[in-house]
Ligand binder design. Sequence first.
Ligand SMILES: NC(=O)c1ccc[n+]([C@@H]2O[C@H](COP(=O)([O-])OP(=O)(O)OC[C@H]3O[C@@H](n4cnc5c(N)ncnc54)[C@H](O)[C@@H]3O)[C@@H](O)[C@H]2O)c1
Length: 248
Amino acid sequence: MSRFSGQAALVTGAARGIGLEIAAAFAAEGASVAVADLSLQDSAAAASGIAAKTGAKTLGLALDVSKEADCQKAVEETVKAFGKVDILVNNAGITKDNLVLRMKEADFDAVMNVNLKGAFLMSKAVSGLMLKARSGRIVNISSVVGQSGQAGQANYSASKAGLIGLTKSLAREFAPRGVLVNAVAPGFIRTRMTEGLKEEARAKISELIPLGRMGEPGDVAKAALFLAGGESAYITGQVLSVNGGLYM
Ligand SMILES: NC(=O)c1ccc[n+]([C@@H]2O[C@H](COP(=O)([O-])OP(=O)(O)OC[C@H]3O[C@@H](n4cnc5c(N)ncnc54)[C@H](O)[C@@H]3O)[C@@H](O)[C@H]2O)c1
């Protein structure tokens, strides 16, 4: 039997990048997986790609995590398809970088609404089910810059630091019912989000990383699966850094 056989996972922002890798990893370990992202076309394509590769049951869902009704509907559709939600991964995230002097209020709000409010809304949407079941796992994808801060990313780093506070508060609220909530804080991972970096910036970043390279989406997926699995049954409210030693 595989590690997540019989379990149902819902992963947001899962049509590409880290989220897609996490969704595929759960499916490869036996879970049924709901792939949720902004466009139904993209999430359905990702879901069928994962199903073809792993043989797992998958479902593509369209949602904007910053909208409460979308979050509730995504959870309802997952329950309709798989009967439950054992694992929620709040992975959807965006950047709108600029120096504070030039950052527009709308860009601050947009990043907070997706990265922080989205995780709150999704967690709220699954909370009734998980608390009633007296089991469940929530894994929030934060960031190293939520721990260290970053010039040019005041909105993003504030949202990711907020996500750590949200993780700890949810962990305290849900622990009495056996629902565990943790965060993963990735460093610089090779995805579309970091694709825009110039080669020079990439080389500079790698120099700062003790392990000497950027991470891969699979490095983050392994941490998310650990925090959703049986090996982490006595771990809640924690932040697992997956950053090659960039921030200690
Ligand atoms: N790539 C990195 O170096 C890095 C480092 C630390 C943390 N992270 C975090 O990891 C997560 C995944 O990042 P990635 O690098 O794979 O990025 P990505 O841009 O490749 O993927 C993000 C996904 O989220 C989806 N998304 C965006 N807004 C959404 C919304 N409102 N509702 C639903 N889905 C939405 C996008 O459509 C996309 O599929 C993000 O939360 C990001 O902040 C990434």
